[in-house]
Design a protein around this ligand. Structure first.
Ligand SMILES: *[C@@H]1O[C@H](CO)[C@@H](O)[C@H](O)[C@H]1NC(C)=O
Ligand SMILES: *[C@@H]1O[C@H](CO)[C@@H](O)[C@H](O)[C@H]1NC(C)=O
Ligand SMILES: *[C@@H]1O[C@H](CO)[C@@H](O)[C@H](O)[C@H]1NC(C)=O
Ligand SMILES: *[C@@H]1O[C@H](CO)[C@@H](O)[C@H](O)[C@H]1NC(C)=O
Length: 246
């Protein structure tokens, strides 16, 4: 009987290890695959861009790393190519304006060879804002003609007046067929700022999904540990009782 008890607890020990390994290993591999492989220009540096209105108060604030993904026809290679451009905050000039229901941020780099404009729109009925328009004009080497992209029917970065929109994860904003913008560690607030501080952040779905995974794994792990522990205790009690009857 004692032998059975020992075998039982040994078996439980092995099972516990196997169960833990089975739960933990996929978690580790998942963490590995979500790690971004190093792309050519790497991650863009994060910049903070502020727009002030005529009386000097901050009316739009954005903190983000920006990467442009431009598809164009190469002159020298005579084929369609992709250019991945990281915006460097220290050489990026910023300007913009704020109105009652719209606010814009313009970023210019490289001696104004690249002009990127974001326009946010506020719905004054629902008090919700969103990124509604993006314009990019750029003169890049190896392009047949200046690159121009514009879309005024976008619906990205949706937030509530007085709150900031946040997305820590990389997010891709498709503007037109040949332009998409990758954002990194984004936090933006185009309306209802109080001073130079972001309002409470409304987190994007990508971030929420990201936080959900460790919570689910953690809960599953805790449940399993509890079950195995209970099984072990019951098993021990049984074998103990069996031992006493002899
Ligand atoms: C750039 O865009 C192309 C086409 O939409 C896509 O296949 C590629 O993965 C993108 N690259 C990056 C770094 O976002
Ligand atoms: C503003 O929001 C209201 C309520 O959600 C909606 O009915 C209206 O169509 C929106 N207006 C615009 C211009 O999108
Ligand atoms: C960017 O804007 C500036 C000022 O408005 C202008 O002089 C310049 O030509 C623009 N560059 C491009 C590539 O459109
Ligand atoms: C502008 O963006 C909207 C929403 O993403 C898209 O449906 C539309 O096709 C875009 N327009 C152009 C010209 O690509």
């Amino acid at each position: 009987m004692t032998q059975i008890g020992a075998v039982q607890s040994w078996w439980l020990g092995v099972t516990l290890q196997l169960v833990l390994a089975a739960v933990l290993l996929p978690g580790f591999t998942a963490a590995q695959t979500t790690a971004e492989p190093q792309k050519d220009p790497g991650r863009p540096e994060k910049g903070t861009y502020v727009v002030t209105n005529s009386n000097g108060t901050t009316c739009l604030m954005a903190s983000m790393g920006l990467q442009l993904n431009v598809t164009f026809s190469s002159v020298s290679q005579n084929k369609t190519m992709q250019d991945i451009i990281n915006l460097q905050p220290n050489v990026t000039k910023r300007s913009g304006s704020c109105g009652q229901d719209s606010a814009s941020l313009q970023l210019s780099t490289d001696a104004e060879k690249t002009n990127l404009t974001f326009l946010f729109t506020l719905n004054t009925t629902s008090n919700k804002y969103h990124l509604s328009e993006v314009t990019l004009s750029a003169v890049l080497p190896d392009m047949k003609e200046p690159f121009l992209a514009h879309n005024s029917t976008l619906d990205y970065l949706r937030g509530t007046m007085g709150f900031s929109y946040m997305c820590r994860e990389e997010q891709t904003l498709k503007v037109v067929q040949n332009l998409s913008i990758n954002t990194f560690q984004l936090q933006v607030q185009p309306f209802g700022l109080s001073g130079d501080q972001f309002g409470t952040a409304e987190e994007c779905q990508l971030d929420e999904d990201d936080m959900l995974i460790p919570i689910i794994v953690g809960a599953a792990l805790a449940g399993l540990v509890l079950i195995v522990l209970l099984a072990y205790l019951i098993g021990r009690k049984r074998s103990h009782a069996g031992y006493q009857t002899i």
